[in-house]
Design a protein around this ligand. Structure first.
Ligand code: LLP
Length: 423
């Protein structure tokens, strides 16, 4: 029996299951398109980060932009997670899910005044500051609020994460972070602002990274900076290396969190920096293979050049294929030995040629069949839209043989309830 890329979505008797539930059952109960998550997969992914050497402190701040469903946030909070947020909206979500503000790091290049105020009020662990102008703004707001803002500078270490250009963030030409060569001067400026408390340094070099070297290169550069800061009397409490660990979409061999942790701690020890708390901001690696997008084949269409499987999910539900040319495995939910496979493009109903989910896949399909778009737990629902006035999909969390509807399907009415016609 062949297996899928996701351990908690496997075939039993030629029928694809989410944990203990056949996907046919979930489609019947909740309709399609449907996002289906595995609670155990979230827990297993979390466990992969719990491998730090004894006595060393690591704070995992889940990069929640990957999947910000309240139920997902709640699960990670229960496991002890903090959160990496990038907006006031994400802050509100963490708080609504019962998360701990003291474990939030606030990243992002464009923090607005109200977002900074909300974060100070909530009492976040720190602001990952991305420019000198932002530093000044945070200081001004903290002074107005008669409080002190904990800050860490997000430096841009100028390393190549060897990933897709849209999701590479640690190169000089990217908009992210403060040039590592300017960081010392910005830290010195921070020491002059009494409403700021310097707590750390951070970087985030990109996403879907499968090699360890880019991390180690970035770490080396950060260590040099930390030592230079110490010479100036600026001491830090934490080092945050961001997120970015890749997952298996098809045949990648992603780097294991345990190995990364081991190498980071070895480097810190070697440099006498074992007092630093380590913060990581993984997103995709915690949720990517914990979810699938379940969709129904509406029509099969054939022309001279191509076969199309037209499904009820579309680029508004999952934009990764067309935006990044990303690969997601496609698994027919029922394995059919009786039907020959044909080469299909799996496409949605949206009026754009870019509306495809997978291309040139050998699949045995009939109209009405269910297919699972795999590895859709990260940057999938969170990037979905209502384009073509399509309600966003429902989301379900499977826990063993029990399923919980964690977001009901939007109604058509909801799509334009905030709109008004004019006289
Ligand atoms: N920290 C910061 C500051 C980030 O910008 C990101 C992701 C993360 C952590 C989490 O990174 P992860 O562990 O998930 O790689 N939409 C794209 C990915 C964009 C990533 C943006 N930043 C995709 O679908 O591939």
């Amino acid at each position: 029996m062949t297996t899928t890329v996701a351990p908690h979505f496997q075939f039993k008797d030629n029928l694809l299951h989410a944990e203990g539930i056949p996907l046919t059952q979930l489609a019947q109960d909740y309709g399609t398109p449907l996002y289906v998550y595995s609670r155990q997969a979230l827990r297993d992914a979390w466990d992969a980060y719990q491998q730090a050497p004894a006595g060393r402190s690591v704070l995992i701040c889940y990069g929640m932009k990957a999947n910000s469903s309240l139920a997902v946030l709640q699960e990670f909070h229960r496991l002890g997670s903090g959160f990496d947020i990038v907006s006031g909206g994400e802050l509100a979500r963490v708080l609504a899910a019962g998360g701990d503000a003291g474990k939030i790091v606030f990243s992002g290049v464009g923090k607005q005044g109200w977002e900074i105020r909300d974060a100070l009020e909530a009492g976040v662990k720190c602001f990952n500051v991305e420019s000198e102008a932002e530093l000044e703004r945070i200081a001004t707001i903290a002074t107005q609020m008669k409080t002190t803002a904990p800050v860490s500078l997000r430096v841009n270490p100028d390393v190549d994460a060897q990933t897709h250009p849209y999701i590479s963030t640690g190169l000089k030409e990217n908009k992210f972070g403060i040039d590592i060569n300017d960081a010392m001067a910005v830290y010195e400026r921070a020491t002059q602002l009494p409403s700021l408390r310097i707590v750390g340094v951070d970087c985030h070099i990109g996403s879907q990274i499968t090699e360890i070297d880019p991390y180690l290169d970035a770490l080396d550069k950060l260590i040099l900076l930390i030592k230079a800061l110490e010479k100036q009397g600026i001491t830090l409490q934490h080092l945050d290396l961001g997120g970015g660990i890749g997952i298996r979409y098809t045949n990648e061999t992603p780097l294991a969190p345990a190995l990364l942790l081991e190498r980071i701690f070895a480097a810190l020890d070697k440099n006498g920096l074992d007092h630093l708390e380590l913060v990581l901001e993984p997103g995709r690696s915690l949720t990517g293979n914990a979810g699938i997008l379940l969709t129904t084949v509406e029509y099969l269409k054939h022309n001279e050049f191509k076969n199309f499987a037209i499904v009820d999910a579309a680029m508004n539900d999952l934009i990764r294929p067309t935006l990044y040319d990303a690969w997601h495995d496609v698994e027919p939910v029922t394995r059919r030995a009786d039907l020959p496979a044909q080469r299909y493009d799996v496409v949605g109903p949206i009026c754009e040629s870019g509306d495809w989910l997978a291309r040139d896949r050998d699949l045995a399909l009939q109209p009405g069949d269910l297919v699972a778009i795999m590895s859709a737990g990260a940057y999938a629902f969170t990037m979905s839209s209502q384009y073509n006035t399509r309600p966003r999909a429902a989301e379900v969390m499977v826990d063993g043989t029990v399923s919980h509807l964690i977001r009901r399907r939007e109604t058509i009415q909801e799509l334009f309830q905030n709109e008004q016609t004019i006289p």
